[in-house]
Design a protein around this ligand. Structure first.
Ligand code: F0G
Length: 364
C-alpha cells in the first residue's frame, strides 16, 4: 500500500524544490475529499468537502508551512516568525520544531482560540501577544523579518502559496477533473490565491523548474467563490476594515495581504467574493457537524455558509460538481459546537445500571 509522503514529495515535480533539499515535513496533505449528502440534497448539486482539519496540526496551513520551513532551512535561517490568528502559528511552531529551529509567533491579544494557542505553547514557540489585531501583527512581523535575522513564514512568502496550491492538485487527482465550482473562506486571501494557482497550473502544460514540460491534468478550471465574514469583509466592502469583527477569529482580518490575487482569482474564474454573517457561519458550522459528520472550526464553515446563502437567494448553481474547502478542525475551537447544540445535546446523567441507561435512551 502507498504511504502518503507529504505534499513536497508527492508533488515535487510541480514545486520549487531541488534534489538534495532537506525536506521538513509532518506528512501533511492527502486529506479526504468527503461527499456531503445533505448539502448535495439541499442545493441539488454534487457537493464535496476538502477536509483540511485532517492535516497534522489541524489546518490547511501545513501545506504551505512544509514549503516555507523547508525554504527557511535552505536559506540557513535559525528562526522563523509569523503573524497569526492561530492556525499559522500552530503550524509554524510544529514545523520549526521538526527542523530544529526557533519559532516566534505574533498573535492578536485575546482573539485566538485556546486550542490553537495550546499548540503554539506545546511546540515551544515564543508567543508574543500584540496589542492589536492580525493586520497589526503582520505589519510588525514583516518589518521584523526585514530588520532582524528572522525568516517570515506568512503567506506573503511565495513558498507558502506554492505549498498550498497542492490542495487544488489533490481535488483534481481525486475527482479526475476540476470541479465546476470551488468555494472557500477568505481571510488574508492566501488560500484562494493558492487554489487558483494550482487549478490554473493543472489545466495547462506546465514547465517546471527543472525545465521539464508536464502535460495538462485537468480540462478546465473551476469558478472560484470566496467568502469573508461580514464584519471583516474588506474585499467585499472595497476598502480595508480598521477594526474587523467576527466570531470566526481565524478570518478576523481587515487588510488581506493577497487582496489583488484574490480579486484576480475571482475575476479570471468568473467567480465572486461575498460576505456571510456570523449567524450564517454558525448555522453552516452546525450543519456540517450535525448533518455531514464533519466537525470544523467556525471560520472553516464560511464556504458552506456561502453556498447555503446563495441557494436560498436563488443565485446558486444546480446540477454542478462543487468542492468546498473546510479549512480547520472543529477541535481547534470547540466552544461554538457546545453553544450551538443547545439543551438536548447536554449529557443525560443516570445511575450505574443498564436499565437506567436504556430508559435514558428510550429503548424498550
Ligand atoms: N480558515 C482558517 C481556519 C484559517 O485559519 C484561515 C487563516 C482562513 C480560513 C483564511 O485563509 O488567510 O489564506 O485567506 N488563518 C490565518 C492564520 C490568517 O493566521 O492562521 P487565508
Amino acid at each position: 500500500a502507498h504511504q502518503w509522503r507529504g505534499v513536497i514529495r508527492e508533488y515535487a515535480d510541480r514545486l520549487p524544490v531541488e534534489d538534495g533539499d532537506t525536506i521538513v515535513t509532518l506528512g501533511e496533505g492527502g486529506t479526504p475529499l468527503v461527499y456531503a449528502p445533505a448539502l448535495s440534497a439541499e442545493t441539488g448539486n454534487e457537493v464535496y468537502l476538502k477536509v483540511e482539519g485532517m492535516n497534522p496540526t489541524g489546518s490547511f496551513k501545513d501545506r504551505g508551512m512544509t514549503m516555507a520551513v523547508t525554504a527557511a532551512v535552505k536559506a540557513g535561517a535559525k528562526a522563523v516568525v509569523c503573524a497569526s490568528t492561530g492556525n499559522t502559528s500552530a503550524s509554524a511552531a510544529a514545523f520549526a520544531k521538526q527542523a530544529g529551529i526557533t519559532c516566534a509567533v505574533l498573535v492578536p491579544d485575546g482573539k485566538i482560540s485556546m486550542g490553537k494557542l495550546s499548540q503554539a505553547v506545546a511546540h515551544g514557540a515564543k508567543i508574543i501577544q500584540v496589542d492589536g489585531n492580525f493586520d497589526n501583527c503582520l505589519e510588525v512581523a514583516r518589518k521584523l523579518s526585514e530588520n532582524y535575522p528572522v525568516y517570515l513564514v506568512n503567506s506573503v512568502n511565495p513558498a507558502r502559496i506554492e505549498g498550498q496550491k497542492t490542495g487544488a492538485f489533490e481535488v483534481v487527482d481525486f475527482l479526475g477533473d476540476a470541479p465546476d465550482y470551488h468555494l472557500l473562506p477568505v481571510g488574508n486571501a492566501g488560500n484562494i490565491t493558492a487554489y487558483w494557482k494550482g487549478y490554473k497550473e493543472y489545466a495547462s502544460e506546465y514547465t517546471n523548474q527543472a525545465g521539464a514540460v508536464l502535460p495538462a491534468v485537468s480540462t478546465k478550471t473551476p469558478i472560484m467563490w470566496g467568502f469573508q465574514a461580514a464584519g471583516s469583509a474588506p474585499i467585499v466592502d472595497g476598502h480595508p476594515i480598521l477594526e474587523p469583527e467576527t466570531i470566526a477569529t481565524a478570518i478576523r482580518i481587515g487588510n488581506p495581504a493577497s487582496w489583488e490575487f484574490a480579486e484576480a482569482a475571482r475575476d479570471e474564474s468568473g467567480g465572486l467574493i461575498d460576505a456571510v454573517t456570523d449567524e450564517e457561519i454558525l448555522e453552516a458550522h452546525r450543519w456540517l457537524s450535525s448533518r455531514e459528520g464533519v466537525f470544523v472550526e467556525p471560520a472553516s464553515a464560511a464556504g458552506a455558509a456561502g453556498l447555503l446563502k446563495h441557494h436560498r437567494a436563488g443565485t446558486a448553481p444546480t446540477g454542478k460538481k462543487i468542492v468546498i474547502t473546510v479549512t480547520g478542525h472543529g477541535l481547534k475551537d470547540p466552544e461554538w459546537a457546545v453553544k450551538g447544540a443547545g439543551e438536548d445535546a447536554s449529557p443525560v446523567k443516570v445511575e450505574f445500571d443498564v436499565v437506567s441507561v436504556a430508559d435514558a435512551l428510550g429503548l424498550k
